[in-house]
Design a protein around this ligand. Sequence first.
Ligand code: NCD
Length: 316
Amino acid sequence: MSYPWLRSDGRLRHLITLDGIPVAVLNRLLDAAQAMAVHAHGGLSLRERLAGSTLCTLFFEPSTRTRSSFQLAATRMGMDLLNFDVTNSSVGKGESDRDTLATLQAMGVDAFAVRHSRDGAVAALAQAASATTVLINAGDGRNAHPSQGLLDMLTLRQAKGSDFSGLRVVICGDVLHSRVARSDIHALRALGTGDIRICGPENLLPDDDVLAGCSVYSNFDDALDGVDAVIMLRLQRERMTQGLVSSLEDYSRAFGLSPERLRRAAPDAVVLHPGPINRGIEIDPAVADGPQSRVLQQVSNGVAVRMAVLAELLGR
Ligand code: NCD
């Protein structure tokens, strides 16, 4: 299947998913983000870059990192910014997503970063958008979180170099509900990662073709053996009420990343987590704050990646 989100000139039209993204596009975004990383935390040099364009953050679900980094990315490239407050908007009166989009478009918004609880909601809005509006999926349901996938790849590249073919990566936790895991798997696959391991309790693993080509483990110790990178996922505790996990203690014992367990990985292995972290549940604070952790570097990279995405989509 060809990737449907490109323009005829090969540039990205919208950022909806990394599933099927051409590796050349993925690497172009990562190269651009790497080049922008030095400017991502302030300074004036990119302030003219996207001046005159407007970004709207349209978040139907809570967020700390993703929303804030889109705001900062836009500001640092000179864009006007509209932080749309869904909770106090006419969405509460029943206004549809499409009418909300059309309304904000009519005010001159050029780009929307949208987070939504429903799988496919952002792709649907992209189909409804005007010819010049660009949509960025900031996380839809359990489907995709492409800018997170990009920042995770940038973080891995900085630690391990840009040849992913010999890389052994394990993703552990609540994979079933994780849009981050899906976008990471899509990106790792596009980059030709040699060994992608997926680990978690059987009832928290997806059974669709996202796992094609991955090795699946139910024993975390086995899955960690010799890996170069560990991507931990948040145990989505809102699912606990559904009885998907027997107890936090059992989960933590089987799938928590402790300093002892991390010794099974390669000595220079890095640890990633998209945040927010449940300290002491999926990750021991000594690991989260330890020398192998790249958690805050991921956050920093998030700003650079979102700057690169905005520049690619808005084409300047
Ligand atoms: C994630 C999300 O919302 O998908 N957070 C993030 O964007 N960094 C992961 C999560 O909520 O567990």
